[in-house]
Write a protein that binds this ligand. Structure first.
Ligand SMILES: [Zn+2]
Length: 272
């Protein structure tokens, strides 16, 4: 567990200064004995910067604190998650597919979109799916200060409680990006950070076949599948490919004997 509560962006700023100072010292032929300490420090700074950035943007690690990307289980369970909605008509179409196959999912909704379409949020809950917080404006939390992070989360939680009567207890940071400050804000609010283990990059609309193939190829027991029923706050791209891909993914995984569960249920299945 990383216990150094500085925003990543500040750490990267400090590392940049360290690298520059070290390189200048080396250039001035200072600190060169017994080894080129300046040069080594600069290299160390660059490596640390890469490591700290990679762990903040990659979904499958807990370097900055607790974040689930999948669970270890011997049961054939998977969780379908949909981000960025509600976004008509695609959210309704996804809900129709889920209803047809009687499978539950988890929707990480953007507060701003939920405010525009509260009836869709109510339908999601009424049909037995779980709701998670995906911030109000879909901002990059690594570039947001502590107060901004709190606003993004609290505003969305309050809104969702007003619409559904329940406060979400799971959150997915936009793009999955988090550092220790972000994780701290979530922990303070008793929100579980949920990442994913299977991504098909469906938001780039690579074609139904590609979304299905990339997803099915990576699924295993305890996987958390990432799909998008929305398009950030832009709300301009079609999600027709994801709707059709979701149907095929569900059909194929059911045929393979998988059971679909919500994020809460898959977390309850962990055998760590
Ligand atoms: Zn998103």
């Amino acid at each position: 567990m990383f216990d150094f509560k500085l925003p990543l962006i500040s750490i990267l700023g400090l590392l940049t200064i360290l690298v520059l100072v070290s390189l200048v010292l080396d250039y001035l032929r200072l600190l060169r004995r017994p080894a080129r300490i300046g040069l080594w420090l600069a290299m160390l700074g660059i490596i640390a910067g890469f490591f700290l950035t990679a762990t903040a943007v990659m979904p499958d690690n807990r370097f900055y604190g607790p974040a689930f990307s999948e669970v270890k289980t011997s049961q054939k369970v998977v969780a379908l998650t949909f981000d960025d909605g509600p976004y008509p008509p695609y959210t309704e179409q996804v809900l129709d597919v889920l209803r047809e196959y009687k499978v539950p999912a988890t929707f990480f909704v953007i507060g701003r979109n939920a405010e525009k379409h509260p009836e869709l949020v109510r339908r999601i809950v009424a049909e037995g799916h779980q709701i998670g917080n995906h911030t109000y404006n879909h901002v990059d939390l690594l570039k947001t200060n502590r107060r901004g992070i709190a606003d993004e989360i609290d505003r969305t939680n309050r809104l969702l409680q007003t619409i559904t009567g329940d406060m979400p207890h799971v959150v997915r940071p936009p793009h999955g990006f988090r550092d220790s400050v972000v994780i701290d804000a979530m922990t303070e609010r008793k929100l579980k950070v949920v990442e994913w283990s299977v991504s098909s990059r469906d938001w780039t609309n690579p074609g139904v076949d590609a979304i299905v193939r990339r997803t099915i190829g990576k699924v295993r027991n305890g996987s958390v599948i990432l799909l998008h029923d929305g398009d950030g706050v832009a709300q301009s791209a079609s999600r027709a490919q994801t709707v059709e891909a979701a149907r095929q993914i569900i059909r194929e995984l059911l045929a393979q004997g998988y059971r679909f569960v919500t994020v809460d249920e898959i977390l309850a299945n962990t055998e760590d």
